[in-house]
Design a protein. Structure first.
Length: 84
């Protein structure tokens, strides 16, 4: 779902008019809209990366052999990993 939102935000960033006149109210609103769209784009890219990385690490650790589940549980109980 976040990859769909990422594509939509990226399309909106590229399709916006780039000739802003920030001395007018309309230009300032366009600039604010562009900055907010970039924040949404960054957030969606970060969410997509996080979900893919978590899935990859979970399956990699759980299939690490007979003690894979124990390794995965100790990995995710580490304060450095559980912080985020």
């Amino acid at each position: 779902c976040s990859t769909l939102f990422t594509g939509t935000a990226l399309t909106q960033c590229f399709s916006m008019k780039k000739d802003w006149d920030v001395s007018t109210v309309s230009g300032v609103m366009q600039l604010i809209g562009f900055l907010l769209t970039n924040v949404v784009l960054f957030s969606n890219v970060f969410a997509a990366f996080t979900s893919v990385a978590q899935t990859y690490l979970t399956y990699r650790l759980m299939t690490a052999g007979p003690t894979g589940f124990e390794i995965a549980s100790s990995f995710y109980l580490n304060p450095n990993i559980a912080f985020w």
